[in-house]
Write a protein that binds this ligand. Structure first.
Ligand code: PLP
Length: 433
């Protein structure tokens, strides 16, 4: 039972349940304690009971600059004073943003905007099918690419369902399940065998370059480059789903860090510091198959695509990354957090792996570095969630759910980090005793 004042949140949550199934608008938000949030600013979020938290969930990643960032919000307001959304042609904001993305992201010769990461992965996969004339897709166990039928299988599978037929939802088409093949992350031999077995029928491999949906499992040396080689050898396209890693790990995405350029890339989240916009990008010869170009035969549409809110926010977010040491700062804080937590675990004699990249980290309570999803069954899930719940009581918000990651933003101060580390040590001591 969590020791936190939650009466006001509870009352509002009950009301929410009257009008909304489960009272929340995304399944994964239905986590106890049921908080109702009322304010967000910089590194902090506030709930209806007046509890203030240093936020590391960052709404699952978008807030790379911090909540309600004045520069980004200012640019959005400025844009809305003169423009909004049009059902014809394009806008100056869309052109400016497209130019920026194509300048920074190695695989982006051309780009199209939509509103969510799920839309972006849907479009990328359909494009890959059109280009190759093949039906199948390879995804990795534990990776998440959105809610649609092409990809919503073998996500956070129960341990006895790893690698098996594991639909993420009732109501999915059996054909969609048949056409999405599951491989083990960091295992090139498994991917190669699958491609050989399915020779001529795999349109694409989709991968989170770092599977952050299960925390932080880093790609082994040569894994991402190996995927690219296998795609080339077997005539499939490589899709990097950079919805989390894009703009967070580098202004050019993790592909820039890894030096591996995929055929297609999907982006969202940190691209616009929390405003709703996503993108699919890739080689011109593929992108021109979309029917935004006359003669293109792959349908691409969306009433709200390119809305001024998202485009202005993304331009402002990328501008700030261009002008200020955003990545340098959050990477320095990330390195500091990881090395300090390592020290705390060692001092307390707690078995753990501190994993992460740049501004993202997680602490698995297990005794070896995991290479893929199945190995995470060795993480002590009960301890992991109890640790996070106790941190909430100390005013530190990390989603109290197994395998979730933490994000540092440009608004987190050294003082926030110092307090967080102090509380991490206190909580781990409490849990150990
Ligand atoms: N791809 C990845 C890697 C994600 O983490 C997510 C969402 O968390 C998505 C795609 C889907 O994005 P959205 O929730 O914006 O539809």
């Amino acid at each position: 039972m969590i020791q936190l004042k939650t009466e006001a949140s509870q009352a509002l949550y009950e009301e929410a349940n009257l009008y909304t199934p489960g009272g929340v608008h995304t399944s994964i938000r239905n986590v106890e304690p049921h908080l109702v949030f009322t304010r967000a600013e910089g590194a902090y979020i506030y709930d209806a009971d007046g509890n203030k938290y240093i936020d590391y969930q960052a709404a699952f990643g978008p807030y790379i600059l911090g909540h309600n960032h004045p520069y980004v919000n200012g640019k959005v307001i400025e844009a809305l004073q003169r423009t909004d959304l049009f059902g014809n042609g394009t806008t100056d904001l869309e052109i400016e943003l497209a130019k920026k993305i194509c300048k920074h992201v190695p695989s982006a010769e051309q780009v199209l905007f939509c509103n969510s990461g799920s839309e972006a992965t849907y479009h990328a996969i359909r494009l890959a099918r059109a280009v190759t004339g093949r039906p199948k897709l390879i995804k990795f166990q534990g990776c998440y690419h959105g809610w649609h039928d092409y990809v919503a299988r073998n996500m956070l599978s129960a341990w006895d369902m790893v690698g098996k037929r594991d639909p993420g939802s009732a109501g999915m088409l059996e054909e969609a399940l048949d056409n999405t093949l599951i491989c083990t992350y960091n295992d090139l031999a498994d991917v190669e065998q699958t491609l050989q077995r399915e020779e001529g029928s795999v349109a694409a491999i989709i991968v989170e370059p770092i599977p952050h949906n299960i925390g932080c499992i880093l790609p082994r040396e040569g894994f991402l480059a190996g995927l690219k080689k296998l795609c080339e050898a077997h005539g499939a396209l490589l899709i990097f789903d950079e919805v989390i890693t894009g703009f967070r790990h580098d202004i050019g995405g993790f592909q820039k860090v890894a030096g591996v350029t995929p055929d297609l890339t999907t982006m969202g989240k940190a691209m616009a510091n929390g405003f709703p916009i996503a993108a699919v990008a890739g080689k011109r010869k593929y992108m021109e198959r979309f029917n935004t170009k006359p003669g293109g035969d792959v349908w691409f549409a969306g009433t709200y695509n390119g809305h001024a809110v998202g485009t202005a926010a993304a331009i402002a977010t990328i501008e700030l990354m261009e002008q200020e040491p955003v990545h340098e700062t959050i990477f320095r804080l990330g390195d500091h957090v990881r090395s300090e937590i390592r020290g705390i675990l060692d001092r307390l004699g707690i078995q753990g792996v501190v994993s992460g990249f740049g501004s993202v980290w997680t602490t698995y309570f297990m005794d070896f570095e995991p290479k893929h999803y199945a190995e995470l069954q060795h993480n002590d899930a009960e301890f992991y969630v109890a640790y996070r719940k106790k941190l909430m009581e100390k005013g530190i918000f990390k989603l109290p759910m197994n395998l979730k990651r933490n994000h540092i933003s440009y608004s987190h101060t050294q003082a926030d980090i110092d307090y967080t580390l102090e509380m991490i040590e206190t909580v781990l001591k409490e849990l150990k005793s």
